[in-house]
Design a protein around this ligand. Sequence first.
Ligand code: HEM
Length: 517
Amino acid sequence: MAVELPWWADELAVAVLAAALALWFCYFRHFSYWTNKGAPHLRPWTPFGNCYKSIVQKQMLAEDLDELYRRFRGKRYVGFYRGLEPRLLLIDPDVIRQILVKDFDNFTDREPSIIDDPIMLDQLFNMKGDKWRRLRQKLSPMFTSGKLKTMFQTLNDCGFEMVEVLAGAAKEGRVLQFREVFALYTTEVVATLAFGVKLNCQHNPDCDFRMWARLLLQPRAIPFKYLALAIFTPPLRRYLESKAPRINLFEYFDNMVKETLHDRLENPVKKNDFMEMFIQLHTKGFVEGEKEGGITWKLTENEVAAQAFLFYIAGFETSSTTMSFAAYELAVNPEVQERVLAEIDAVLAESGEISYDSLAKMKYLDRVLSETLRKYPPVSWLTRQTLRPYRLPSADGGDGEGALLEPGVVLMVPVFSVHYDPNHFPDPQRFDPDRWVDEAKGTRHPFAYMPFGEGPRFCIGMRLGLLQAKLGLVHFFSHYRVEVCSQTDIPLHFDPMAAVLACKNGVQLRITSRKAS
Ligand code: HEM
């Protein structure tokens, strides 16, 4: 018996077919961007682009990029799509150097910030072009070795405090979350320096400040349905981000800096901290004792608040995760831990105290830190945006011309993948501080290691970051040891939602005392 279809069935079938064809056409047209620009590329099979696993928060973006990197390792670069947005992944260290250093003038900016708040937009990290250049020049004198030496005592005091706070746990051989232990130490250091306030958060881990800081770095689980919508259109993504419940947090830090600034302006006290230098930049336009360099403008209150906030977010989590990954590797590799302890003991026996100069003598610990930053670069990728049309060299390594970059295209440097590339670091999973002896370093491409970025826009706080991590580890290991235990994740599992490289379950280790009580 023939089935009678309703009168509109044919129209519906035609409409569905037409819609499918239109979608198919848009999809393929859009994802042919890199074909037209002449770059090797991977056409995605989902509208989420090639990085869909990090978009649905199944793995870190660094791991998504790593899949592309491994697949295209023979090429100099590869085009891909993050959502609908065409991006370029740089693979060859010579091309990375070309973009970050040689042709920096065409790639001065990072990918635009998705958070539309003055405390984020006025930060050095997010500034663009000439504005960035002028501010970088103003802030650089805050990080000279002379300035760091004047801040050393603040850092040292925080180290002594950490040792004091951990004494009870070490005596009982307790298991601690080292991510939190070191986050409290670096929070104390950076907050004291940047905001000019003494928090005592190591004694009081639930203080307001630490609570807000936890919220700041808490991975934001944006519901998948919003994400799925948002990847199709950057303006929608920006709108959703601006609606995320983080505004109170900005207000908290903004008010805190401004109150401290007003207070210190009304009741001047000379302190060796960043706040003192911010005050000089706000009132005079330059840091005392450093060359004025003919730049006469002064930082506004908003700009001071944005930089103080930036120093805090850029400074505490990066160093504390580095410290906790170092502790993890020392627990997993007890022979390396023994060498570290022996070096610390020998140097401190000779110099009598922990000082700026005694730290400089601990060369093996430097190597341990370098190897930690290779295996666990807190900032696992760098971005640069193309300012003017730019022709890349051939993707295959030949002399000919390569892909054309249009203004606005974002380039990504996969720091994590480069650090794990066996061509640069054989047996990359192995933790081997001896990769960092001078002879071995000399044989490697200088752009095979970039934990602090590279070129004129590299990390301005590198020396402080290394100093606070090294000093904290010296304080810790001159009194305690670490051991793995049943709660330790071996191997570690990275957290796909963390802002800087971190582990899902943190780093849990047993602490024991070195000296019998
Ligand atoms: C272990 C510690 C640290 C690591 C691994 C680290 C890593 C990085 C990386 C990879 C970048 C991007 C560089 C690029 O795009 O080429 C960066 C930028 C930056 N970092 Fe750090 N950082 C650390 C500590 C610090 C500290 C302690 C501060 C300040 C107190 C700081 C302040 C900044 C600032 C202001 C920028 C932006 C620079 C600019 O755009 O001119 N960082 N950092």
